[in-house]
Design a protein around this ligand. Sequence first.
Ligand code: AMP
Length: 304
Amino acid sequence: MSILVVGSLALDTIETPFGSIKESPGGSAVFIAAAASYFTSPVRVVGIVGGDFPKQALAFLEERNVDLEGLEVIESGKTFRWSGRYKYDLNERDTLSTELNVFEKFDPKIPPRHCRSRWVCLGNIDPVLQRRVLDQIEKPRAVICDTMNYWIDRKNEELKTTLKRIDILILNDSEARLLSREPNLIKAGRVIRGMGPSVVIIKKGEHGALLLTENTVFSAPAFPMENIFDPTGAGDSFAGGFVGWLARTDDLAVENLKRAVVYGSTLASFCVEKFGVEGLKDLTYLQIQDRVRQFHELSRFDED
Ligand code: AMP
């Protein structure tokens, strides 16, 4: 079951209370594709980098069988850069800078071979570009989309136009409140569902995630971690694990969406254990399933 991932490829500079890292390869497409690659193949990436994007980072994706035919490399250009700082409460982060660089001229061209991808995962990029991708795709099984405050603030109307074409929207709690102008997350989910997506997933960092459909409110915990080094990419790893599971099972029933949320949370938990994408390297499917089982134990209880 094929997945098309469109998103940013970035050089991230990150400070956390436990350390810092400069220009580490990241970006939404990298985290999503790496996480999804544990579930299905082919995972295809469409994005753009400058000549300064490290070749080893691309080799890591290729080793995971990620198809990079749709990656544009502008040798004379600079890769997108993002920098952020986390506080002691790792749920809170400040964006210090966003340099679009080659992204400013990005016009996603989906290779003909990729136009019939079954699952489309639109990572956090300009909603106008997200729409341009959808214009080139033929009848996917579902379109899953991520966004962030940067686009909710700067391209609100464009984002709302894009949302009309989205099946499943994944965003975090503060973004859900910002987009819906509603403080209560259940109500926020309802408002956002009214904008287009039939399913809304609201991530709450270390407090888990909510799955909201027409008739369901499902609350999944986050895996309680003792060692969180870097939350960067957790949201994207969640999206990758989520869409990866859906593609592997080809099942959009609510019970399976719940499982997908748990697989998403599981991949996010591996991501935050190390800096950058390191936590998504060298996992095994058995390790993933083992943690999913631990998730199950975490909130299981006998009624009497
Ligand atoms: P997450 O921690 O999952 O929310 O995503 C972090 C990733 O998003 C980092 O690797 C950044 O490079 C990327 N990112 C941050 N801001 C933007 C933006 N405005 N557009 C696209 N990607 C971004």
